[in-house]
Design a protein. Structure first.
Length: 233
């Protein structure tokens, strides 16, 4: 669902800051810019759905997306968040499979769509690009392995503390030590892999223990060292 509010500016569509494209030649980068299609998406827009056929991958130049899978009971399991500088939908594209996740905008975003043929051209003609792409896939696999281990071996309390610290690392804190990403309690539960009621209860406990402070959806981290101990990191 593409927004028609306005067209992104040239600056908002700039891909020169993406690490993935640093080793492209001038000619390859020019071809990338020629082939890309950049659009603005409103909060709540679905970029692609699980089971759909992808025609390319996306570069996030602004905003935040949540990438999730849907369980048998319709419950979301959030796999990760994508922010400025990230790429999404490349794994299913590389394997030529249907999309294995759904991508939804949670903060107004600008995405640049890169066609599959462009990706194939870069992989076949630039080994440094291919190597970097392989590194990204391996990093994602490592993160998936870490998540499986956490689900199997850590308590919900430990996992929630770890998720808060991961969000800090991914999105930073403002000057008041508040996470710069606003999530519903249900979304937090969908990352941790537990019931929403459990997350609400544990957040209340963290607040009583003076680990965090709650301001609606905003979460302020008061004691990062103690949270790290709770997370068993």
């Amino acid at each position: 669902m593409r927004s028609s509010i306005k067209r992104p500016t040239e600056e908002e569509c700039d891909l020169s800051g993406f690490q993935l494209f640093k080793k492209l030649t001038e000619q390859e980068f020019a071809q990338l810019n020629y082939d890309k299609t950049c659009s603005l998406y409103k909060k709540g827009s679905i970029i692609y759905r699980e089971g759909s056929r992808l025609t390319g991958f996306y570069c996030v130049t602004k905003g935040i997306l949540k990438i999730f899978k849907t369980g048998i009971d319709g419950k979301e399991q959030i796999i990760k968040f994508a922010k400025k500088g990230d790429i999404v939908a490349y794994r299913s594209l590389l394997s030529q499979e249907l999309a294995c996740t759904t991508s939804k905008v949670i903060e107004e975003a600008i995405l640049c769509h890169i066609p599959y043929q462009t990706l194939l051209f870069l992989i076949q003609n630039n080994w440094q690009f291919s190597h970097h792409m392989l590194q990204i896939v391996c990093k994602e696999l490592r993160e998936a392995n870490d998540y499986i281990t956490d689900i199997a071996q850590k308590t919900v309390r430990e996992r929630l503390a770890e998720v808060l610290l991961l969000l800090k690392d991914s999105f930073d804190l403002d000057n008041a030590n508040t996470l710069q990403i606003s999530l519903t309690r249900e979304e937090l539960a969908n990352i941790v892999g537990t019931a929403t009621e459990s997350v609400i209860r544990l957040l209340s406990e963290f607040k009583q223990d003076k680990l965090i402070e709650l301001q609606g959806r905003k979460i302020k981290l008061l004691n990062i060292q103690a949270l790290t101990r709770v997370a068993n990191l």
